[in-house]
Design a protein around this ligand. Structure first.
Ligand code: DHB
Length: 392
């Protein structure tokens, strides 16, 4: 069976980028079809990052003034950098008058899915895109397989790849899906979710002689914590006692509140920016366009920033036939993308222990951390970047 449908904008991927884009387009009177290979349940239950920048929260509040970010989420006005066993607070509110919110990404996805489905969005789960054809023409198409195994062709006026780091839309833009700027890191994060009360009021980013740890949170009853590990580490190879020992030894000065560990995973570290973000009437947003290492939690926020720019450009293009914003989309988006790439790389390199690091490197790193916390300019840069540069 083969079906063809038509729409103005075909969006591949129902993550934060695809869903928010469909919402902004609908607000501008532009209909879209969103497809995702996952089921709704899978999208709503996959645990991802948890930090929303101020601009992301402002946008979610504009989308829905009653957003659960403000009731279920938790506003954080600072973080702690810990090194040589001492904590140093970076006071976002005092330094830049901005905050971040701890609100798990899958909760935000539940909100956006309910909102879009409630508004009658054509949103199809279990539909796997395989490629985009005629990207550079006025009628690009997405070729996909639907939930029943039939071929689905979506003809559109514009195609958006919001389909994550393994994007199938990307090759239609860059030729080769790997074409771009790439860096891999010789370490990863061992992440856990556990049933325990919070060990600290705010997030702790700790540089220790044993390597990095991040003490984060999910709710009053559930905590998220990470420690630096080998990228090849098997998440099931450590006992709970060994995990707690690894974490405790990386945050000297705090006794972590332990509890049952009910999820564990190993997160690889990569930096990537695609060589091109748009060709003709096809564009990339979010992880399809770029990947950042997790330190500093920029990934989802960067996706939201892409989408704000692209929604405006598509409104001008499809509403008024004005091509100027879409012609400038990649250049404009890349300014923020590279700033976020730098910030994520910087936080990563300042806080982790490189396997080959010598005594000089470790002491230099401590000098770098001290340069940040001892200087108002240093703390302000970190606060500005962490809370997020304002969205235009
Ligand atoms: C979390 C993840 C991050 O990468 C980060 O910098 C802060 C918090 C988290 O999952 O809670």
């Amino acid at each position: 069976m083969s079906t063809t449908v038509s729409t103005r904008v075909a969006i591949v991927g129902a993550g934060p980028a695809g869903l928010i884009l469909s919402h902004l387009l609908a607000g501008a009177g532009i209909e879209s079809i969103v497809i995702d290979q996952r089921s709704r349940d899978e999208i709503e239950s996959t645990i991802r990052a948890g930090i929303l920048e101020q601009g992301t929260v402002d946008l979610l509040t504009a989308i829905d003034p009653n957003t659960r970010v403000h009731t279920v989420g938790d506003r954080h006005e600072g973080i702690e950098l810990r090194f040589e066993g001492e904590g140093h607070r970076i006071d976002f509110a005092a330094l830049v008058d901005r905050s971040v919110w701890l609100y798990p990404q899958h909760e935000m996805l539940k909100d956006m899915l309910a909102l879009r489905l409630g508004a009658g969005q054509d949103l199809r789960f279990g539909v796997t895109a395989s490629r985009v054809e005629d990207a550079e023409t006025n009628r690009p198409r997405v070729i996909a397989t639907d939930a029943d195994g039939g071929q689905l062709t979506i003809e559109a006026h514009f195609v958006v790849g919001a389909d994550g780091s393994r994007s199938v839309v990307r090759p239609a833009i860059t030729g080769d899906s790997r074409s771009g700027y790439f860096r891999e890191y010789p370490f990863a994060w061992f992440g856990i979710l556990c049933e325990a009360p919070a060990s600290a009021d705010e997030l702790i980013y700790s540089n220790s002689a044993n390597g990095f740890a991040l003490i984060s949170q999910r709710s009053p009853e559930v905590q998220r914590m990470y420690f630096q590990c080998d990228p090849e580490a098997d998440p099931n190879a450590m006992s709970e006692a060994q995990i707690w020992e690894a974490l405790q030894s990386r945050v000297p000065g705090t006794t972590l509140k332990e509890g049952r560990i009910f999820q564990r995973d190993v997160l690889r570290f990569r930096s990537f920016v695609a060589s091109e973000l748009r060709r003709g009437r096809t564009a990339l947003v979010g992880d399809a366009a770029h990947t950042v290492p997790p330190t500093g939690a920029k990934g989802m926020n960067l996706a939201v920033a892409d989408v704000v720019l692209l929604a405006r450009a598509l409104d001008a293009l499809l509403g008024d036939g004005d091509e100027r914003l879409i012609d400038g989309y990649a250049e404009q988006a890349l300014k923020r993308i590279w700033k976020a790439q730098h910030f994520s790389w910087w936080m990563t390199s300042m806080l982790h222990r490189l396997p080959e690091a010598g005594e000089f490197d470790s002491r230099r790193q401590l000098g770098e951390l001290r340069s940040v916390v001892d200087s108002e300019a240093g703390r302000t840069y970190l606060a500005e970047a962490y809370t997020g540069w304002p969205l235009d």
